[in-house]
Design a binder for this molecule. Structure first.
Ligand code: C5P
Length: 266
């Protein structure tokens, strides 16, 4: 049986399809109101552990009911069979994309991809895009070295994990915009790169360490940008989205747009 995958649906032509709004909110009603307000401007919404723990899988069905795509950001990191079976349930929910932690290892990633693909083929479901989390964008060099005990630098560790994810069959990775060039060199143009830690000019870094502007992330070659608090915390979320989309459109057109905080765009 031929198995369809959402990877063929990843549309790079429209900015609307490349901005993912992170619905990190306490209120499911508030999250759905935001989907209603933004759905003409944005195609995909990220459901993470806060909203999923509060509202359960029903929130995904409701977002689908409003016509939105869902990136289920539960960052699975467990023994291979648990991750694979969780991935099968995510696929049955009809999510467009979900993720696992690359640091769960090669066997975990391979088994997840294989079992999800087989299950989707058997059940006639389109396989979700499966991506791997490399090093969280909130993590800095000191945390990676002193707390987690990894002696590689962040760019080295991100590229190491991205290569592992590619070798073990994932569709792409989550990484900061600052690592895109290294990942592209190691993994090629067809490997998806999803980039959180995006901060439009003038917005707070919050708990993110490795941040970049929307234009700079696009210029580096991100496939998707994930933005949460600069939109959810804005008094006018639709205006915030429109400004981010404009910044994304402007990538490469303006001299000297903002790169990683405190650095010039290369
Ligand atoms: O509010 P903010 O724009 O910082 O939200 C970023 C979102 O992306 C959060 O939901 C966070 O869980 C997620 N994320 C991240 N870094 C990763 C993977 C996911 O910030 N490496």
């Amino acid at each position: 049986m031929t198995m369809k995958s959402n990877i063929t649906e990843t549309n790079k032509s429209s900015m609307k399809d490349r901005l993912i709004v992170a619905l990190d909110m306490e209120s499911p009603e508030g999250a759905l109101a935001l989907v209603r307000a933004l759905k003409k401007s944005v195609s995909m919404f990220k459901v993470g552990s806060q909203l999923f723990t509060k509202a359960g899988p029903d929130i995904v069905r409701k977002i689908h009911g409003l016509g939105g795509r869902v990136f289920l950001d539960l960052k699975y990191h467990d023994i291979p069979s648990t991750v694979a079976k969780s991935g099968i349930e995510a696929a049955r929910l009809g999510v467009f994309m979900f993720n696992v932690h690359v640091s769960g290892g090669g066997t975990m990633m391979k088994q997840c991809m294989q079992m999800v693909s087989e299950s989707c083929g058997r059940e006639g479901i389109t396989r979700p895009v499966i991506i791997g989390v490399t090093v969280l964008t909130s993590i800095c060099e000191e945390t990676l070295r002193d707390d987690i005990g990894i002696s590689r630098t962040i760019p080295e560790q991100v590229v190491h994990l991205a290569m592992l994810a590619k070798q073990d069959g994932l569709d792409g990775v989550v990484a900061s915009a600052q690592e895109i060039r290294g990942i592209r060199d190691a993994c090629g143009q067809d490997f998806l790169i999803v980039t959180p830690g995006i901060r439009p000019s003038g917005s707070a870094a919050d708990d993110q360490s490795r941040i970049a502007s929307p234009a700079w992330a696009m210029e580096q070659g991100a496939d998707y940008l994930v933005v949460g608090r600069p939109i959810t915390g804005s008094p006018d979320p639709l205006k915030a989205v429109q400004e981010i989309l404009e910044e994304m459109e402007g990538a490469g057109k303006n001299e000297g747009f903002q790169g990683p905080r405190g650095q010039e765009a290369k």
